[in-house]
Structure formats: structure tokens, C-alpha cells
Design a protein around this ligand. Structure first.
Ligand code: BES
Ligand code: MN
Ligand code: ZN
Length: 494
């Protein structure tokens, strides 16, 4: 979609749809009253009849029937004025984008940002909400769709002097949202398309396009590195595993890199510890961490951020097979530690442990991993927050702040040493799965054994990687979670 910024009187612009934010407090404000007058009082009537009252995320399309240059007025509820924040504006813009897609309106003009006290601050959120909310994954539909892709969005400003700055913000948001939507695409692809090889191709194509380094290890390369965990998980699949290394250098040579690690299980059947059949199809999204890492490097390169970032993706398919790893097996990891397998469905940590150890060899300033790691995280936090655990308070604090700013919220769980009791093995250094309690934490405890002295944060995105019903700026399907969060965090470092 093309996003434009203009300075004009919004009421004079011919467009299929003019989008206006409305508060629950009443149809106040100069613009709304001018619109109301032009439309013979329809807006105040809607409020009076309680048909549209500015309730959050409610969207109302009104035809102007020639009374205005705009064909339609789109009212979107913002809730109470004093509760307004960036996330509400982002959500409102997303709800509008979904409504316009459904109504077959491809082009619109918006003044939604004017609802904020300083319009300059809300431009980012309006563009984000519109680009993310207007997304749909329809690549596999061969029949004509009853919706249209958004083509053009115009933000109207009052002052010409503000246009340049707004355009700069807009170009940056476009780069980040393009990356987030690339992540969504990768996750949306089914397991028969999105294989470890596919992820490696996505990474190397992206890297070539944005001028960053990409190295891909195949099965032999992974063997040479001694990545026993990744090999074990990939052993049961005809799709051979891959280990992807992306290196972006935007900061000074002396600056230690941030290492991003993403779980890339392209399909998680559970392996020999097979999952129940209900809902197993969702396990195509078990590479959402990998997609977020690849896409974050894309965004960081597009924005030319003055930082150094390494992206690491262990990619494998977890399948039952004669060659598959099995309960009771003892696996030697790249770090040299041995793992007794008691559940082949706890495969994410088996590939991440090698990637985390590999990450530690870069002497990174920080390691951040993203993984759809545990069903227990979905149970604990639902879809509202990503689980956060780690070893460094400063890093966790910075990530939480990025979460508040981007709407990709994090909630911390404890990572006390005592949780390790559950992972004790009689025959190896540790087991790969704990008991029924605190599954999200015991998984993180396992990962912690492989990060060495590095400052490390673990993001369990099992609850936030996939949106079941579709809401505001998160249409049904993959959310692209992590990309905006990490870009925001990395921006703060440069
Ligand atoms: N990929 C799953 C976690 C998951 C489950 C993500 C549901 C999203 C929705 C992971 O590999 C897994 O199977 N974890 C097990 C761990 C257990 C065997 C210790 C789980 O959560 O049951
Ligand atoms: Mn699993
Ligand atoms: Zn998994």
C-alpha cells in the first residue's frame, strides 16, 4: 500500500472514504461538527440514538451522497478521551483497515491522528495500524475474494511545515511493517511449503536484497559444528535441517553485537511423543520465532540502524519416523552437555540450546531468543502477552519498555534456580522435559544452561504468535509478533 502525507482541509478532499476518530464523550471537536453540519446532522443523530457512540473499535461507514467530496465518512470509536494512548489509535486504525478491506474500499484519507493531543505523535500509530490491519494472507486462494487489498492511504495534516517530518516517520514505519508482514507471510505458509530449506531461502534472498551476510549450514555443516540437539530433532524428517546465520553490521567494529535467536520448527508433530490430532495444524506456526528474527534483520538493515546484530535460526521439522530421535535417547549438544530425552515434543529447547551456545561464541552484548516454546505459556498468559524470562534486569527492563511502546507486551515469570530440580536426570546432565508444573519456566531454565555469561532474555511467544479470531490490527492468522518489539529495542541502542 502507498502511504501519502498532505497538508489540506480534510473536508475538501475527494476520496472513497474519509476516516475520523470519535470519542465516547460525544461528537465534539471542530472537524466533527463541520462534518455533522455538512451531513445534515447525521453524526449527532447517531450519538443521540445510541447507534454509534464512539465505543472502542466500533466502525461506522456513512455514505455522503454528494454532500461532501468524500464518498463515505468512516467513524471509528476511540473510547474515552482521557484514556487515549498510542495503542488505542493503532488499534482503531487497524479496525478501520479491516472494515475497509471487507467493504471493498481500497483508498482512504484519514485524520485519525488528529484525535491525539499532538498529531505528530500519533502518525506512527495510524500508519502502523493501517498497514498491519490491512494485511491478509490470501496467496493460496484461487477463487475471487470478496475483499480488496488496500492501495492508498493519505494522512492529512493541518500544517505544511509538518509534512516533511511526518513523511520521514512514515517511510520508517513502512519498512518495519513490511518486515512484520514478511514474518506473517513466512508463518502463514503451510508446513509443506515452509520447510527448513524454505526458511534458509527466505533468509538468503532477504540478505542479498538488503546487503547483509547470510551463511546457511546444511546437515553436514550442522554435524561438523556438533549441534547434536538440532540434528536429533531433524533426524525424523525427510526435510533436512538448516542452521541460518545472518550478520548485520551497522555499528562500529568494536561494538559487540546483539544476537537474536529464533525457534524454527517448521512443523511440530511432537515426533515419537506424538501430539493429539486436534489442533495439530496450528503447529505450522512453530517457526514464528525464526520468522521474527529474519524479519527483524530485514527491518534493521532497511533502517540502517547504527548497531551490530546477528540473527541465528536453527530450523528443523519434528516428525515421527524410523530415524527419529526417541524417548530415552541421550543427545550430546554443541556445548558438550548431554540431554536425556524424555519427551520428543520438547524439541524447541533441543534446537535452541545449540543456537544459544553458538550465539555465545560471538561474545554478544545480549542474546534474545524468541520461541513458540510452551503450551503452558498460552495457558498462563493467554494471547495478551509474551512470556519474558532472563538473566539481566537491564535487558528485561528495556524489552518491557519496548513492549509497552509497541503494544507487543511482555510479562515476566520468575527463573529461580530451584526450578531446575524438575530437569534432573539420572543418566545425563539433564532431561529435556520437566513435570507438569511451571512448564514455561522449566523450559527457560533449560535454555539458561546454554547462554554462558551472556546477558540473555527469552521470549515465549506461544500465545502471541497466532491470532485465532482476528482483532484490530491483528487479522486472523500469524501476527508477526517480535519484529516491532525488537526493532524498537534495537533503536534504543544506537
Ligand atoms: N511448539 C510447542 C509449544 C506450543 C504449544 C506452542 C501450543 C503453541 C501452542 C512445543 O514444542 C511443545 O510441544 N511444548 C510442549 C513441552 C512439553 C512436552 C514439556 C508443551 O507445551 O506441551
Ligand atoms: Mn513440541
Ligand atoms: Zn514446538
Amino acid at each position: 500500500m502507498h502511504v501519502k502525507i498532505v497538508a489540506a482541509d480534510p473536508l475538501t478532499i475527494p476520496t472513497p472514504a474519509l476516516v475520523v476518530g470519535c470519542f465516547e464523550d460525544g461528537p465534539e471537536g471542530q472537524l466533527l461538527s463541520r462534518l455533522d453540519t455538512a451531513l445534515a446532522g447525521v453524526i449527532s443523530t447517531l450519538y443521540r440514538q445510541k447507534e454509534f457512540t464512539g465505543k472502542r473499535l466500533k466502525v461506522k461507514l456513512l455514505h455522503t451522497l454528494g454532500r461532501l467530496p468524500a464518498q463515505r465518512i468512516v467513524l471509528v470509536g476511540l473510547g474515552k478521551r482521557r484514556e487515549l494512548d498510542g495503542e488505542r489509535i493503532r488499534q482503531a486504525a487497524g479496525a478501520v483497515a479491516q472494515a475497509l478491506r471487507g467493504a471493498g474500499v481500497a483508498s482512504s484519507v484519514t485524520v485519525l491522528h488528529c484525535a491525539a493531543e499532538s498529531a505528530g505523535m500519533a502518525i506512527q500509530e495510524v500508519v502502523e495500524g493501517s498497514l498491519l490491519g490491512g494485511y491478509a494472507f490470501l496467496q493460496y486462494r484461487t477463487e475471487p475474494k470478496e475483499q480488496v487489498d488496500p492501495e492508498e492511504l493519505t494522512l492529512v495534516l493541518a500544517k505544511k511545515s509538518e509534512v516533511k517530518q511526518a513523511e520521514r516517520v512514515c517511510r520508517e514505519v513502512e519498512a518495519v511493517c513490511a518486515a512484520a508482514c514478511h514474518a506473517r507471510d513466512m508463518v502463514g505458509h503451510p508446513g509443506n511449503v515452509a520447510t527448513p530449506t524454505f526458511l534458509a531461502e527466505q533468509a538468503s534472498t532477504m540478505a542479498a536484497r538488503y546487503g547483509i551476510r547470510c551463511t546457511v549450514l546444511d546437515r553436514e555443516g550442522i554435524e561438523r559444528e556438533g549441534m547434536g540437539g538440532l540434528l536429533a530433532v531433524g533426524a525424523g524428517s525427510v526435510q533436512s535441517p538448516r542452521f541460518i546465520v545472518l550478520e548485520y553490521r551497522g555499528g562500529p567494529e568494536s561494538m559487540r553485537p546483539v544476537a537474536l535467536v529464533g525457534k524454527g520448527v517448521t512443523f511440530d508433530s511432537g515426533g515419537i511423543s506424538l501430539k493429539p490430532r486436534e489442533g495439530m495444524e496450528r503447529m505450522k506456526d512453530d517457526m514464528a520465532g525464526a520468522a521474527a528474527v529474519i524479519a527483524t534483520l530485514q527491518a534493521v538493515a532497511a533502517l540502517a540502524l547504527p548497531v551490530n546484530v546477528v540473527g541465528l535460526v536453527p530450523a528443523a521439522e519434528n516428525m515421527p519416523d524410523g530415524r527419529a530421535y526417541k524417548p530415552g535417547d541421550i543427545v550430546k549438544t554443541m556445548a558438550g552437555k548431554t540431554i536425556e530425552i524424555n519427551n520428543t515434543d520438547a524439541e524447541g529447547r533441543m534446537i535452541l540450546c545449540d543456537a544459544l551456545h553458538y550465539a555465545s561464541t560471538f561474545k554478544p552484548a545480549a542474546i534474545i531468543d524468541l520461541a513458540t516454546l510452551t503450551g503452558a505459556c498460552l495457558v498462563a498468559l493467554g494471547t495478551q502477552a509474551t512470556g519474558l524470562m532472563g538473566t539481566d534486569d537491564g535487558l528485561k527492563r528495556a524489552l518491557k519498555k519496548a513492549g509497552e511502546r509497541t503494544g507487543e507486551r511482555l510479562w515476566e515469570l520468575p527463573l529461580w534456580e530451584e526450578y531446575g530440580e524438575a530437569m534432573k536426570s539420572d543418566v545425563a546432565d539433564m532431561k529435556n522435559a520437566g513435570g507438569p508444573h511451571a512448564g514455561t519456566i522449566t523450559a527457560a531454565w533449560f535454555l539458561k544452561q546454554f547462554v554462558g555469561k551472556a546477558k540473555w532474555a527469552h521470549l515465549d511467544i506461544a500465545g502471541t504468535a497466532w491470532e485465532e479470531k482476528g482483532k484490530h490490527y491483528l487479522p486472523k492468522g500469524a501476527t508477526g509478533v517480535g519484529v516491532r518489539l525488537l526493532v524498537d529495542y534495537l533503536r534504543g541502542l544506537g
